[in-house]
Design a protein around this ligand. Sequence first.
Ligand code: ACM
Length: 530
Amino acid sequence: MIPHPALHSDLSVSCDLATGATVSGDLADAVRLALPMLDLRPGDSGEIDVRQDAALGEEAYRLTTGSRGVEIVAGGRAGAFYAAQSLHQLLPDASYRFSEQASWPVPGVRIEDAPRFPWRGLHLDVARHFFPKRELLRLIDLMAVHKLNRLHLHLVDDQGWRVESRAYPPLHEVSSHRPRTAVHAHDEPAEYDDVPHGGYYTLDDLAEIGAYARARCVTVVPEIDVPGHASAILAAYPSLGATGERYDVLDRWGISPAILSPLPPTVEFLTTIFDELIGALGETPYVHIGGDEVVLDHWGASAEITAYRGSLGLSTSVELQAWFLRRLADALAERGARAVVWDEAFVGGGLRQDTIVMPWRGMGVGRRAAAAGHDVVATPVFPLYFDYAESGSPDEPRAIGDTITVEDVAAFRPAPGDWTDDERARVVGAQAQLWSERVPDARTVDYKLWPRACALAEVAWSGGTADGFTGRLERHLGRLDAIGVEYRPLAGPHPWQRRHPHRPSRIPMSERMAHIEAMTHDPESTRPSL
Ligand code: ACM
């Protein structure tokens, strides 16, 4: 959240102030991590007095600065971390740069703060394009600055599998790369770039990402998207598919009919993968199992799968899919993790009650999930799909659709006022999605995420943006400049950020929303090739 600083007195915070109150280890650690430029030494908090008040929520804090120094009272480690982030925001933009200066004036303030929502998320699709570990660590740092606390990693899709498996090495050996990528996906015939693309995180990388995130109060939510979007898995393990047919890692966008079989070997395969992920990441309270855009045709056409369905007493492929996802959610529960799904899985029925639903097709289906007693993380395409263009200008770089502005994000309310109190109470947060079909590199990630993710951060922290957001955002951009974020300027892209003239056109929002609306009513339909 971008605070409204009240400036009325001066104080210096510096690394070498001689005295300081004793700080309980964990909370002091969090403060030190959030203020790296102060170079606070272990056991030394300068003049920052940090205390815990168990009456406050884990993420809540009080921050007081004035002539008597800086006092942080926090409910828990996260509260201390966020207090220190707010303190940092009171310092000049230069404090976000590495420099040898170690002393800045601090305005006097008294802030009492707590988040409206516990889930303040960013999703990144590392399957369509791979972003190396260093980019995830940097993204976690940026999330921490914005008090965002869930990093949802879409680790597999038709176009790639992105994590080492010691149990099933062909996943990272075969499924993690493709020889080329379509550049004009919805033109026929497609044009290809003939550039190999790939990459994966080792389990050691994943362990590091998990630990780095946890230290910064960010929880990594890994997603293994099943049973559809399965081309990459089936390139390595065709026997896990509904047809036994071998697929290639997909080199174009859109939805493929590739689907995993729901038979016991697939469940065993996936539970082994869950064990590897959870083992590497460490404490993993949530695992996303997808359930979106599944083309069930191959299940219906398979005698073996139809017979299996009958043996379970189920009469449709939709019921079988619900059974399969529930089986996986049960396996996760045995491992201490809650399942998260896209909203089609809710529409399909049969979810465990503790499964969290992400309504990407709109808040209408989100409301139905909330009314059915599921926790809901607001993830609607409009306005939380950041792969959509930032404006209607032809200068905007490649995007999957038009137009979601920073103002659209700022105006979003995750728990709408016209829902019942019970429904609103089920909304646990909001999350922006960055699908990467049109996001080939980290510079484009910066452009697409920021500053729209600043608006998301304020919405998710406070429930909605207060008056004056634009002015606060303009001031905040100086911090992003200092950190080195290549965000989209509010006036439009820099010349080097503009759309390449040969890039494909976008799909109008009305067409996209009509299709998404249609899918809400027909869980077995698929969207057209994008
Ligand atoms: C999705 O956009 N298919 C979740």
